[in-house]
Design a protein around this ligand. Structure first.
Ligand code: 5RP
Length: 234
């Protein structure tokens, strides 16, 4: 059921595509459906050039003969299509459960528009209650960075723990950029902009998974059909 909803949201995002577009390709199980569907269009002759947000997405796109490029060759992208872990009514997002938040944010920031695709389990009244906030950090000085992040969490009234993401006990998850991820359980995040600034002020923090004012349109699949949400109108 859920895979079916994700695919419906992904299919809706195809309506944004025009020949010759420069596209950012997101990461995760919902974005994977979009890349599959784009692959079918490319096989049928659709012209586009794409920048993937992870090595996993790059491999999938290459297997489907989707033409790939990078942000050295292309100065801007027309559109990025990506998933999200939480979506608030203003279409602010938490992203990064799939570990690709840094490249996802770089690609989204280089795009004229960001469209998010998701099933309705991702809708929240305010960011924070369901998913921890992923924070990508440099390996060097991990202890100091963790203490500084814990201080910021305390100042922002975090209700849960701070954990180093691991693939197995004792084996940290390593991002495509060679960094580590901290998962910070906040509960409801009441001041996302201030939290974003406070986290980016920490020297060891590379980036975090708050995507604020970046997404203008979200296609959210429900059992009753796909809803189109637009920022500023929900
Ligand atoms: O941010 C992400 C990866 O870093 C994903 O977009 C997010 O985790 C949603 O994934 P899924 O579609 O599998 O629920």
């Amino acid at each position: 059921m859920s895979e079916d909803l994700k695919r419906q949201a992904a299919a809706m995002a195809l309506t944004n595509l025009r020949p010759g577009m420069r596209l950012g390709l997101g990461t995760g199980s919902t974005a994977r459906h979009f890349v599959d569907l784009l692959g079918e269009k490319v096989a049928a002759g659709f012209d586009c050039i794409c920048v993937p947000t992870s090595e996993v997405t790059a491999r999938q796109a290459l297997s489907l003969n989707i033409p790939l490029s990078d942000l050295e060759t292309l100065d801007r992208l027309d559109l990025t299509v990506d998933g999200a872990d939480e979506i608030d009514p203003d279409l602010n997002l938490i992203k990064g459960a799939g570990g690709a938040l840094l490249r996802e944010k770089i690609v989204a920031a280089a795009s004229d528009a960001m469209v998010v695709i998701a099933d309705d389990s991702k809708l929240v009244p305010a960011l924070g209650p369901r998913f921890p906030l992923p924070i990508e950090v440099n390996r060097f000085g991990l202890g100091a960075t963790q203490r500084a992040v814990a201080d910021v969490m305390a100042r922002h009234g975090a209700q849960g723990p701070l954990r180093l993401r691991e693939t197995a006990p004792g084996s940290p998850y390593v991002t495509d950029g060679g960094h580590l991820l901290l998962d910070a359980f906040f509960g409801r995040i009441s001041q996302p902009e201030a939290l974003s600034r406070d986290l980016l002020d920490i020297a060891g923090v590379v980036q975090h998974g708050l995507f604020l004012k970046m997404c203008k349109t979200a296609y959210v699949a429900t059992p009753d059909g796909v809803r189109t949400l637009t920022s500023g109108t929900n």
